[in-house]
Design a protein around this ligand. Structure first.
Ligand code: GLN
Length: 246
C-alpha cells in the first residue's frame, strides 16, 4: 500500500525527504519495510506538494510513473526548499486506475491530502456517504478512486465549517461504519498543521526543536522516531504533537 509523509519546520530541500534520507520516500517506494495488508512495492505513481516560502497556495508535482524512474526529480527536488511538504508514493489498489490524477497529494485551495489504504467495497459501499456531496464535486473528482472520493468527503466537511480534525475524524468514522475493514491512514495539511490518522497501516512521527515529520515508515535509524499505535488521530505543529483516540 502507499507510503506517505508530511513535514513542517524550517525550509528543507524536498530531496532530503525523498532521496537523501537512508529510507526516504524513494527508498520506501521499492523497499518498504512495513506494508500491512498486501502490496509489495509502490510503483504506481508519486506526488509531492509543498508550500512556497513566500506564502500562497501549495504547488504540486505528480506522476503516474514510479518515483525512481523520474530522472529529473533528484535535481529538481534538491533545488526546491519548503517548510511544509506532503509527499506520497502509490501502490494502486486492484481495480483502480494507474493515472497521474490518482496519485496523492490531492489539492484544494490551501489543503493537501493523502490516503494510505483502501475503502472496502468501493464504490458501492461509499455511495450513501457520497450521496450528500454536491453533484459538481462528484463530477470533478480527480480520479475514480477511493482516495479521491475520501478527499471530496473531507472537503465537504471543511466547507461546512468543520475544523480539519473534525473533518478527518468524521470521515474516518463514517467510512468505517459504512465500509467495515477499510484501511484509512489519512494525512491532511494546510501548511501549518498536520492532521493524520492510523487505521490499519503504519505511521511514525519524529520531532526535533522546531520541526515535525510524520511518515509511514521512519526515514532513518534515528532513535527519535515514535511509532503511532493504530486508531489514533495525530495533530501536529512544528512545536507540538497531540494524539487522540479514533
Ligand atoms: N486505494 C488507494 C489507491 O488506489 C490507496 C492505495 C494505497 O494506499 N496503496 O490509490
Amino acid at each position: 500500500m502507499c507510503r506517505h509523509l508530511a513535514y513542517l519546520g524550517p525550509p528543507v530541500p524536498l530531496s532530503s525527504l525523498l532521496f537523501d534520507a537512508a529510507h526516504g520516500l524513494a527508498h520506501q517506494a521499492w523497499a518498504p519495510r512495513d506494508m500491512r495488508g498486501g502490496g509489495t512495492i509502490n510503483a504506481d505513481g508519486f506526488g509531492a506538494g509543498w508550500y512556497p516560502a513566500a506564502g500562497g497556495e501549495p504547488i504540486r508535482y505528480r506522476s503516474a510513473m514510479p518515483i525512481w524512474s523520474d530522472a529529473a526529480l533528484p535535481g529538481l527536488s534538491a533545488s526546491v526548499h519548503s517548510g511544509a511538504v506532503l509527499a506520497a508514493v502509490r501502490s494502486a489498489t486492484v481495480g483502480m486506475p494507474v493515472v497521474e490524477t490518482a496519485a496523492a497529494p490531492f489539492l484544494h485551495d490551501r489543503w493537501l491530502f493523502s490516503h494510505n489504504g483502501v475503502v472496502r467495497g468501493f464504490p458501492g459501499a461509499l455511495a450513501s456517504l457520497a450521496a450528500a456531496l454536491p453533484v459538481e464535486d462528484l463530477l470533478t473528482l480527480d480520479a475514480p478512486t477511493d482516495s479521491a472520493a475520501l478527499f471530496a468527503l473531507v472537503r465537504h466537511q471543511l466547507r461546512a465549517g468543520k475544523t480539519a480534525e473534525e473533518a478527518i475524524a468524521g470521515v474516518v468514522s463514517g467510512v468505517s461504519a459504512t465500509s467495515p475493514g477499510s484501511r484509512l491512514n489519512l494525512i491532511l495539511t494546510d501548511g501549518e498543521r498536520i492532521i493524520a490518522t492510523t487505521v490499519g497501516h503504519s505511521l511514525s512521527v519524529r520531532t526535533t526543536a522546531g520541526s515535525v515529520l510524520v511518515a509511514s515508515e521512519p526515514l532513518d535509524d534515528h532513535p527519535g522516531w515514535q511509532p503511532i499505535p493504530d486508531h489514533r488521530l495525530l495533530i501536529a505543529t512544528p512545536s507540538d504533537v497531540t494524539l487522540g483516540e479514533l
